[in-house]
Design a protein around this ligand. Structure first.
Ligand code: C5P
Length: 230
């Protein structure tokens, strides 16, 4: 099977409170999105990379990477899953149903090639696919609507979901098409497959693969990237 990459980068990043979407914030002299795409382009054996960009985004065309022949862009959609689905549709004539698709958030610039190799190795014979994640480290509470603590969850069974999430093209396309048709919001690819009764695998990744969500995450990402390079 071949390997394809889809990068959803069409969010507007409201939680960041910045003047531009978080994928365009500056991190060690480059945008977050450039860091992320360079990491993905450095992987060996990738057949193609599609990045989903907001239809009104005027920052993307100005990046040198927008001219890179290894990258194609598609319009993003209303939700993250719509952006990913647009990327999958774009691959339709070329991708075989058993090919692998790695979906990786534009907002995760610190992912290491080594961690992605771990994911690919772990899922090599898998029929469906799986995701990177790490075990939850804090104690988790379930609240009622008045902030009253109702229960403490058993954290041994709880993991944070990261990306890349890697699935067979045919199943992932089917799962996201069905989620879109039923207007079911899915916050990651795995949940779309879970809804169809599949059991994606969790593969232990690395805590430094953070997602930039809030302003303080940018400084943390800068520290992680400098440490990785140094
Ligand atoms: O908002 P959140 O952090 O969950 O977004 C994860 C990724 O999905 C980001 O890289 C963002 O740009 C992307 N996204 C998208 N299309 C949307 C919403 C988010 O491609 N409609």
């Amino acid at each position: 099977p071949k390997f394809w990459v889809v990068v959803p980068a069409a969010g507007i990043g409201t939680r960041m409170g910045a003047d531009k979407p978080k994928q365009y914030l500056s991190l060690l002299g480059q945008t977050v999105l450039e860091h992320t795409l360079q990491r993905l382009l450095s992987l060996a054996g990738i057949e193609g990379l599609v990045v989903a960009i907001h239809p009104f985004d005027d920052l993307w065309p100005a990046l040198p990477l927008a001219q890179d022949p290894r990258i194609e862009s598609v319009d993003g959609g209303h939700e993250r899953c719509d952006s990913v689905l647009n990327g999958l549709r774009q691959l339709a004539p070329r991708a075989h149903k058993l090919d692998w698709v790695l979906v990786h958030d534009a907002a995760r610039p610190c992912v290491r090639a080594e961690t992605i190799h771990t994911l690919c190795e772990a899922l090599r014979e898998h029929l469906v696919g799986g995701i990177l994640g790490v075990p939850v480290s804090d104690t988790l509470k379930r609240l009622d609507e008045h902030y009253g603590i109702q229960a403490t969850l058993d954290r041994r069974a709880l993991w944070y979901a990261q990306t890349p999430q890697m699935f067979r093209y045919g199943l992932l396309r089917q799962a996201l098409e069905e989620a879109a048709a039923n207007k079911r919001a899915v916050t990651d690819e795995a949940s779309a497959l879970e809804a169809l009764g599949y059991c994606p695998r969790m593969v232990e990744g690395s805590r430094d693969n953070i997602k930039i969500t809030r302003p303080e995450d940018l400084a943390l990402a800068a520290m992680i990237l400098s440490r990785q390079q140094g």
